[in-house]
Write a protein that binds this ligand. Structure first.
Ligand code: HEM
Length: 407
């Protein structure tokens, strides 16, 4: 039922790849295919109010940038939205936009929050909540998969990880939904800032409450850790709670709604899933390759370096396009085919290298739980209205997907 027009490759010089509107209202597969083939390291011209930037679309070049920590940093921001507008205010404090020794130290603290014990507990409550949501959707018959199913899965898991009180979860969901994207074309940028500040304030209060606690939830770990015998300062504390919340919520939601749409659009794959013909771990990886909840990663070059034969200069902004790399025909056999049995499947959905997604286990568990729930509880999936895509150049997914589920 997708009715978004496909942008033509010949229009490449006139489109703005940093525009949130572009992704909400268009399909870009042909543009990415063209760039991979003809201009794999493409200099995107500046616009009136913003500098130009490099667009890297081939798997091999994306891989090189992700691994080359000697020449690329996230410290000015890790997405075009911040890199082209003066940098990220959390730079040097939040894990994703911190590099070097500090990155390593904070990552070590956060890694402790993903113990086997914690993940097992979350897996259990995740499956229960997915089953509950699917049964409620089946009961209603018709629902909006983005609102009624996907929106409630990752938030529950990340809230379990951070031990957020039940009563605060709806408020946080409403804020995270607006911190990095919008459901409307003309939403003022202030909406994003207000949402981000609300989340930061919330965590500042929670960290104060958890100081001195011996619990092993992520907030307590951050609030009570010591690095070189010093606690994290209050900005680092808030920024990293915020990073977990944002990193862990919207991405997972988009993967789940994207999975449901892909299964509807590929009835043979839905049957394969239902019949148990495909392994759930393998199917999870294909859903992640296909849906690409995070479209690109952003870096700044710290020194002159050649990528794909192009000279990148120190200070240049570089964007690596996960969406395109995940469909690179030199790496994936028939990349435009949604194939739940695909192996190998080394996609970049969780990035690669130093900043490889900290929550990848959880992201995978969420998609797995939804596929498992759909397979066990649902007989048929049908789209009953047009889906709506979000306005963002970094996040990729739907704000609405009307469906009918049959038991
Ligand atoms: C990093 C995607 C789930 C927390 C990243 C990056 C990507 C990504 C692409 C790399 C950013 C960069 O290179 O600049 C995803 C997707 C997810 C997901 C697609 C779900 C399907 C989660 C969850 C959490 C999380 C559940 C938290 C519990 C983080 C953090 C980082 C990160 C903290 C920064 C890691 C670092 O800089 O060392 N994620 N993520 N993500 N993600 Fe995720």
């Amino acid at each position: 039922m997708t009715s978004r027009p496909m942008v033509r490759p010949e229009d490449i010089d006139s489109i703005d790849l940093a525009s949130p509107r572009l992704y909400a209202e268009n399909e870009l597969d042909e543009v990415w295919r063209h760039l991979r083939t003809h201009r794999p390291v493409y200099w995107h011209p500046p616009r009136a109010d913003r500098p130009g930037f490099w667009v890297i679309s081939r798997y091999a070049d994306v891989n090189k940038v992700y691994q080359d920590k000697a020449h690329f940093t996230t410290e000015n921001g890790n997405a075009l939205a911040t890199l082209l507008t003066g940098g990220d205010s959390a730079s040097g404090t939040m894990l994703a936009v911190t590099d070097g020794v500090r990155h390593h130290q904070i990552r070590n603290v956060l890694n402790k929050g993903f113990s086997k014990r914690t993940l097992n507990l979350i897996a259990h409550s995740l499956q229960q909540s997915v089953d509950r949501l699917l049964l409620a959707a089946l009961d209603k018959g018709e629902c909006d998969a983005a609102h009624d199913i996907s929106a409630n899965v990752p938030l529950g898991a990340i809230c379990d990880l951070l031990e957020i009180p039940e009563a605060d979860r709806t408020f946080l969901l409403s804020q995270t939904a607006h911190a990095w994207s919008s459901d409307y074309a003309d939403a003022p940028p202030e909406d994003n800032w207000v949402a981000k500040n609300e989340i930061l304030l919330y965590f500042s209060k929670l960290c104060r409450e958890r100081k001195g606690s011996a619990n092993d939830d992520m907030v307590s770990l951050l609030a009570n850790c010591r690095i070189d015998d010093q606690p994290l300062n209050s900005v680092e504390l808030m920024a990293n709670c915020y990073g977990l919340m944002i990193g862990g919520d919207e991405t997972g939601r988009h993967a789940i709604t994207g999975a449901i749409l892909a299964l509807i659009e590929h009835p043979d794959q839905w049957r394969a899933l239902k019949n148990g013909d495909v392994d759930l771990d393998t199917a999870t990886e294909e859903v992640l390759r296909w849906t690409v909840p995070s479209l690109h990663g952003g870096r700044t070059a710290t020194g002159d370096v050649v990528v794909g034969g192009e000279q990148i200069k120190a200070g240049d902004v570089v964007s690596v396009w996960i969406y395109s790399a995940n469909r690179d025909e030199t790496v994936f056999d028939q990349p435009d085919r949604f194939d739940l049995a695909r192996t190998p499947n080394k996609h970049f959905t969780f990035a690669y290298g130093t900043h490889y997604c900290l929550g990848h286990h959880l992201g995978r568990m969420e998609v797995y739980a939804v596929l498992d729930g759909l397979r066990r509880l649902v007989t048929d999936l049908e789209q009953i209205g047009e889906e709506k895509w979000i306005y963002s150049s970094i996040l990729h997914g739907m704000s609405s997907l009307p469906v009918r589920l049959t038991a």
